[in-house]
Design a binder for this molecule. Structure first.
Ligand code: B1M
Length: 210
């Protein structure tokens, strides 16, 4: 089996200790960092399907997520680009009630490499914390809200509408996450939406330069 396939299998099996070495070996074998990342993203899809069918439970899902995070750490320096152009500060996080952070971390990495300084509020971010972070940090030009659960989509709406209603100016809000669509982003009044980490960085630059 090619090392890149072993990475995918190790992430699916939640083999946290093996993943770092396997990612390094896959790179040494000539696999591109972006391709290795895509294999790991795909393995999260497999994990999600197995969870849906009751073949695995939350602990296995968590182990797979931890394994992927270890692999992403190895790829990070290879995926991040030149962040020398300052487009201001981006406050990023996952909305209240939601603990998923792998996608948010990838989006953060790509937005940072597009030229933003990142303030990462983590997961389960209460509405007031977004607004405090905008006020407490210098030159916040973008807020990026991630939401992975259909049950936390109302929290996404609340976050966007509170930021918009708080009187802060010069700040654009971008939203995303598996259940989020452009239509939903429009409905809740977000300035932008992106379906994945790469397009989130492109959209972030577009919004701030507009
Ligand atoms: Co959860 N989980 N989970 N989970 N989990 C999902 C999301 C689920 C689809 C699994 C399933 O049932 N098939 C399902 C949601 C169903 C729904 O809402 N319709 C689900 C559920 C139900 C739950 C719990 C409720 C389970 C339970 O307790 N019974 C629970 C909720 C906990 C909570 O948050 N309150 C729960 C818990 C967990 C773990 C903690 C165990 C773990 C997360 C660990 C962690 O993140 N550190 C976990 C995991 C790993 C998953 C799956 C398997 C993988 C998520 C992931 O990391 N994907 C997921 C199934 C799946 O995704 N198919 C699932 C890879 C990642 C790269 O993709 O996050 O989509 P994603 O990010 C993408 C895009 O969405 C986009 O770009 C990213 C990269 O390209 N994007 C943005 C994300 N944010 C963006 C922001 C942007 C723009 C784009 O702009 C700001």
């Amino acid at each position: 089996m090619a090392k890149i396939q072993e990475v995918k299998a190790a992430v699916e099996a939640g083999k946290t200790k093996l993943v770092v070495g396997l990612v390094q070996e896959a790179l040494a074998e000539g696999s591109a960092a972006q391709d290795i990342l895509q294999e790991m993203v795909d393995s999260m899809g497999v994990i999600g399907d197995k969870f849906s069918t009751g073949d695995i439970f939350v602990p296995e899902m968590l182990m797979a997520a931890k394994a992927m995070a270890k692999g992403v750490d190895v790829l990070k320096p290879l995926l991040a680009g030149d962040s020398s152009n300052s487009l201001g500060t981006c406050v990023i996080g996952t909305v209240a009630g939601d603990l998923h952070d792998i996608g948010k971390n990838l989006v953060s990495m790509m937005i940072e490499s597009a030229g933003f300084t990142i303030i990462d509020l983590g997961v389960d971010v209460p509405t007031t914390k977004w607004i405090d972070a905008i006020k407490e940090n210098q030159n916040v030009t973008l807020v990026a809200c991630s939401g992975l659960l259909t049950t936390t989509m109302p929290a996404l709406k609340e976050a966007v509408q509170s930021i918009k209603g708080s009187g802060v100016t010069g700040v654009k809000v971008i939203v995303g996450g598996a259940p989020v669509t452009q239509a939903y982003a429009n409905e809740i009044g977000a300035d932008g939406f992106a379906p994945d980490a790469g397009s989130a960085a492109v959209k972030a630059v577009e919004l701030v330069k507009a």
